[in-house]
Design a protein around this ligand. Sequence first.
Ligand code: ZN
Length: 90
Amino acid sequence: MGNFKYITNRTLFNDAGEKKGNIAVLVRKDSDDADVKYRCPECGFSEQTKKPWKKPFSVKCEKCGLLIRLSKLKDDIKREKNREKKKARE
Ligand SMILES: [Zn+2]
C-alpha cells in the first residue's frame, strides 16, 4: 500500500457482459481525493480525473454518462463465477 490508503484496479463489463473497460483508483494517505483513471466499457472513452473519495465510489463517463460503480471485490468475484457457471451450462 505504501503511500496509499486505497488502491484498486478493476475490469469493467458492458451490458453484454464483455470485458471492455477498466478503472483504476488511487487515494493517497494524505488526501481525500481519489485519482481515477477509467475506460468506459460502453463507449470506450478514457480519461484521468480527480474526484472526492467516498464509499461507495462511482464515476460518471464524461462522454456517454454511464455511471461506473466501484462494486465490492467480493461482488465482482461472485458475478464472475456466475458467468462461468452459465457458460458451462450452455
Ligand atoms: Zn462512456
